[in-house]
Write a protein that binds this ligand. Structure first.
Ligand SMILES: [Zn+2]
Length: 284
């Protein structure tokens, strides 16, 4: 179908401010070809020689619902963290990119085929759909409008860098975010490495290891560590002795990382009789 030039003109709809867990972002809504995308800017990236840029493909299940079938949510989080750490950068949230551009319904149909043993590439093909249908023209147009001719791209997918380059944006470097596989998405990510040229996992450092060198220090030096879970208002358990809700998922991960780094774990006798804890390393 012929589309007029107007359909393919980038329109800046609005510019506002979004306070987030990772800091305050200037947020621009851009419409291109009837799809509205979002550009999140921190600092003044146009002043940087080659600001870090993440072109993030919309993924309702991964980004919003916390699905572990893909790594989109982890990548999104790591990208925002990286931009906040650098103090400047851009996240382009590209809508209409569900399931590498095949749409949400087709992505979930492809998931069902993967449940029966197909990999992500074969599932798309079985549905008569392309391996990757994404178009990055809108992203390149947004970068041009924002005055960004050169970027350092946050991505483990060389195809994204090639697409941007072909659209006239210089990719000075491609930076792989420190996102590790999860048991539920490892096969999917390995398929992307094997069949879609994604970068290997080797050499990636977990954000937590990097942020908290304490785990490495513990593994190398003899130390005694005291670990206590305490609620924000100072309690270590509910009246009935139940401590399950005192800490959260992040605390549990931290606890298991500590256990992984030490030679022995000492707990009180009452903990043993009441909780009968396994004291093994399971979460990491
Ligand atoms: Zn995803």
């Amino acid at each position: 179908m012929h589309q007029s030039e107007q359909d393919h003109a980038l329109v800046l709809e609005s510019r506002t401010v979004l306070p987030t867990d990772h800091g305050v972002f200037t947020t621009c809504a851009y419409t291109f070809g009837n799809v509205t995308h979002v550009a999140m800017l921190m600092g003044d990236p146009a002043q940087a020689e080659a600001p870090i840029v993440r072109m993030h493909s919309e993924c309702l299940t991964g980004d919003t619902l916390g699905s572990h079938r893909c790594d989109c949510g982890d990548q999104l989080e790591a990208a925002l963290q990286a931009i906040a750490a650098e103090g400047t950068g851009i996240l382009l949230y590209l809508r209409g990119h569900e399931g590498r551009g095949i749409g949400l319904a087709a992505k979930l149909r492809a998931y069902a085929l993967q449940d029966d043993g197909m990999d992500t590439v074969d599932a798309n093909r079985a549905l008569g759909l392309p391996d990757d249908a994404r178009d990055y023209t809108a992203a390149a147009e947004m970068l041009r409008h924002l005055g960004i001719p050169t970027v350092r791209l946050l991505s483990s997918n060389p195809a994204k860098a090639e697409a941007l380059t072909s659209l006239g944006i210089t990719v000075a470097d491609r930076v792989v975010l420190p996102v590790l596989d999860r048991p539920e998405n490892s096969h999917y990510l390995q398929t992307k490495r094997r069949r879609m040229r994604h970068d290997p996992l080797a050499g990636r450092v977990s954000v937590q290891e990097d942020t908290f060198p304490v785990y490495r220090t513990l593994a190398e030096h003899p130390e005694i560590v005291a670990q206590l879970a305490q609620s924000a208002d100072g309690f270590i358990a509910a009246r009935g002795g139940d401590a399950e809700f005192v800490s959260g998922e992040a605390d549990r991960t931290h606890l298991h990382r500590l256990r992984a780094a030490v030679d022995a774990v000492v707990v009180g006798a009452t903990t043993v009789t009441r909780d009968d804890p396994q004291l093994t390393v399971r979460a990491v």
